[in-house]
Design a protein around this ligand. Sequence first.
Ligand code: SF4
Length: 326
Amino acid sequence: MRNFDYTRAADPAQAINFHAQLPSSYLAGGTTLLDLMKIDVMRPQRVVDVNRLPLNKIEPLTDGRLRIGAMVTNTALANDAKIISDYPVLSQALLSGATTQLRNKATTAGNVMQRVRCGYFRDGVSPCNKREPHSGCAAVGGQNRSVHAVLGTTDHCIASHPSDMCVAMAAIGATIHVQGPRGERDINFLDFHLLPGNTPWQEHALQNDELITHIVLDRPIAGSKSGYLKLRDRASYQFALASSAIIVATEGGVIKDARIALGGVATKPWRASNAEAALIGQQPTLENFQRVAMIAMQGAIPYKHNAYKIPLGQQAIVRNLQTLFA
Ligand code: SF4
């Protein structure tokens, strides 16, 4: 590991000021940053420890939305009574991720900012546009079975986004609030993570000198039910091969509202708006679920080892819907 400067911030303004003095990485739970520093993939000159920032509260807003502080741990969020009652899909997604020990340390903002699990990104030597811009993508012609996407890819990068929590937030709808030297601003959650395009090293809409302070969840849909289904190689401590976060509400035996987001199959938390539109106004039948799942995966591009993700992504939707309507 290389030498680096370490400093601890007491509030967001101080953290931002430290960053302005010397380009820094923010250290929250450290479950991504420290791993990547140890293998020399991330090389910050300075680490600003944000663990003492007063951003660890979950607070209902007067308009019915819910504000989650950036430093709320994944464990605290998953077990919060309001999350369990109003946003069960989020609690389920969080509890399906990583291990208890990791969830105890991992934070809400850190989860949003986590890096891809592509082995070529992490080996430090292979061509990888995310690690070394313009160096190429070893995964396109290499091993691309498990943590590589079929939706939202380009030949510049095919790494899937690794988060479960973000898939649930994409379905719920949320706003990311950030603070920086130029003030504060909101970013729609669906606009935060960027598709790789020609510039896969640009992963999100956050500017280098900005800090996430909290995330606000949209109001829950009245009378809805929701669930997260994660399909993976083994039952715990494993990333999704395909996952779905689904929220549905019915009226008179017909689906009147639907939110569908996918994980494991796409380069960012993937909101399947086309599938939602096809489900609304329909009866909850297996035939409709299968038709909607096909629509959700339209445009998917398989690579050498991951063509199975197209039917698996469809199954993640069909099975989740079957469970919700059982
Ligand atoms: Fe790098 Fe993305 Fe290619 Fe993996 S898939 S080697 S992260 S550019």
